[in-house]
Design a protein around this ligand. Structure first.
Ligand code: OAD
Length: 263
């Protein structure tokens, strides 16, 4: 088993070095070693403790905005205390040195951007690399107005406990909501278009820490494969993509990615 794993790491590393066009798709597993809970882990995944339909749908927000806000404020507090791990840092260095790499993430925790900030001081190259991080499911530290186009990102603690008024738009007074994608909502058009184009053009897709159950994100690796590209999967547990992977690396992301992407 160890031999097979080493062989997969070597093969995938060489293929990633040679490929023109890399699409990286990440999910909650890439942040697990930073202390951010995943969604579907049977023991401590968010969806084993909370019901998505009560907390992460437009209907739940209409029904009980206070409950939804308190849940997001709690998650923001937890995530604000987390730092990028070795996997985020390896991916940040990849984006900084290769302009043909695009990272598409389902995560809303901001840790890919935080890793870029840690790896390189502000520069044109750093800004360019940030522009190649596409957020498919939004950003938990951003709020947006449900009435006008107001949007703002800030990491301050939200005061949404009972007795506090819920956040309102400073421009029009409308209700503010977390700027994340909820179940039943469309993905942000430009991120999805960018991700789809990148998936079709990439010679290799590196999928890290996603259960590959939520579409359209989970369809992107198959798009790369359908265009003749290859697939590397980093995940300790098998997923619906595993049988299609050219290389499957059953290791935690923080262990595998520095080896896979080390320059
Ligand atoms: P999941 O919780 O569904 O899956 C996390 C995956 O990470 C699992 O396959 C784990 O085996 C794997 N994993 C755990 N620890 C890991 C580690 N250290 N290294 C690598 N992999 C590890 O999370 P997502 O696939 O991201 O959507 O979930 C997709 C979407 O479903 C989320 O964006 C969210 C959720 O409902 C919305 O909220 C819209």
């Amino acid at each position: 088993m160890v031999g097979r794993r080493t062989e997969a790491l070597r093969g995938a590393r060489a293929a990633l070095q040679d490929a023109e066009g890399i699409l990286v798709l990440t999910g909650a597993g890439v942040s697990a070693e930073s202390g951010v809970p995943t969604f579907r882990d049977a023991r401590d995944g968010l969806w084993s403790r909370y019901r998505p339909e009560e907390l992460a749908t437009p209907d739940s927000f209409r029904r009980d905005p206070g409950l939804v806000w308190r849940w997001y404020a709690m998650r923001r507090r937890g995530i604000a205390a987390c730092r990028p791990n070795a996997a985020h840092r390896a991916l940040a260095r990849l984006l900084l040195r290769r302009k043909d790499a695009i990272l598409v993430t389902q995560n809303v925790d901001g840790l890919h951007h935080a890793a870029l900030d840690e790896e390189e001081a502000p520069s044109q190259n750093a800004r360019d690399a940030r522009g190649r991080v596409l957020l498919l499911h939004g950003d938990i530290f951003r709020v947006r107005c449900t009435v006008c186009t107001y949007r703002r990102r800030d990491r301050s603690e939200l005061q949404v406990d009972d007795g506090h008024a819920l956040p309102r738009c400073p421009r029009c007074g409308g209700d503010l909501r977390p700027d994340v994608v909820w179940f039943g909502e469309p993905l942000p058009t430009s991120a999805l278009e960018g991700a789809t184009t990148a998936a079709a053009q990439a010679e290799i897709c590196l999928v890290v820490g996603t259960s590959a159950l939520v579409h359209p994100a989970a369809s992107l690796p198959r798009l790369t494969l359908s265009q003749g590209g290859e697939l590397v999967e980093v995940n300790p547990d098998p997923t619906p993509l595993s049988s299609a992977a050219t290389w499957r690396i059953p290791l935690p992301a923080g262990e595998a990615l520095p080896h896979l992407l080390g320059s």
